[in-house]
Design a protein around this ligand. Structure first.
Ligand code: SAM
Length: 213
């Protein structure tokens, strides 16, 4: 492992707003840190946690939790949240597959899935954060009318997402194959993530779907 990554991995665990699914008291620890309301919004595969940090600043009365399996990736976002004194933003080092063990049923108001790994191999499709087993879990986690926001630059993954969403019987609220060219698109909570910046620089089209169960 590169030295910077290793350093970040060690340091990230010392930050007061970072928790791990491996901590035995993770559930209590997160809610002791966050503001009193016990509802939250999740950003899955958050990387630098751009959505969690920016939305926590815009919506001070709501809680935002960035989840990523890689602790070193979380470091920058967690530090930014501390520097901005955002007590309504926290980060969780965990596999998204484990969310049912950590959050209560119907306790999640919204889920953001920005630029998840595409998992191109057919055998790995169930690892996609938009596969039907994940949708099953999101349905369990989300409050009534809770929305999911999914963004990708990858056409194959987007088509897979639309099919899975439709097979699951979800209701699409808005979808676009070229988000920043969609005249009718309104983004009360759009954030451009680190990966998105790279993709936009390369001239790739950003695809987005917002849906609910
Ligand atoms: C392509 S990166 C995108 C990062 C960020 N969302 C962005 O847009 O800049 C995908 C991220 O998903 C994380 N990830 C992949 N599988 C995951 C899983 N099962 N649970 C949690 N995080 C996962 C990876 O560690 C990585 O940080």
């Amino acid at each position: 492992m590169a030295r910077t990554k290793q350093k970040r991995l060690l340091k990230v665990k010392e930050l007061p707003n970072v928790f791990s699914s491996l901590d035995p008291d993770v559930k209590d620890a997160i809610w002791n840190y966050l503001k009193s309301t016990d509802a939250c919004t999740l950003e899955l595969g958050c990387g630098h946690g751009d959505y969690s940090v920016e939305l926590a600043q815009i919506f001070p009365d709501r809680n935002f939790i960035g989840v990523d399996v890689k602790g070193a990736r979380i470091f920058n976002g967690a530090l930014k949240a501390i520097e901005r004194d955002l007590r309504n933003a926290a980060f969780l080092i965990a596999k998204a597959e484990k969310l049912r063990d950590i959050f209560k049923q119907k306790s999640v108001e919204e889920i953001f899935i920005p630029f998840p790994d595409p998992h191109f191999r057919r055998a790995n499709q169930n690892k996609r954060l938009i596969s039907s087993s994940f949708l099953d879990m999101y349905k369990w986690l989300l409050t009534e009318d809770g929305q999911i926001h999914f963004k990708t630059d990858n056409q194959e993954l987007f088509e897979y997402a639309l099919k899975t969403i439709s097979d699951f019987g979800c209701k699409i609220i808005f979808s676009s194959e070229n988000l920043y060219k969609s005249e009718e698109a309104k983004f009360p909570s759009n954030v451009i993530t680190l990966f998105e910046k790279y993709y936009l620089k390369e001239g790739r089209r950003i695809k987005y779907v917002c849906f609910k169960f």
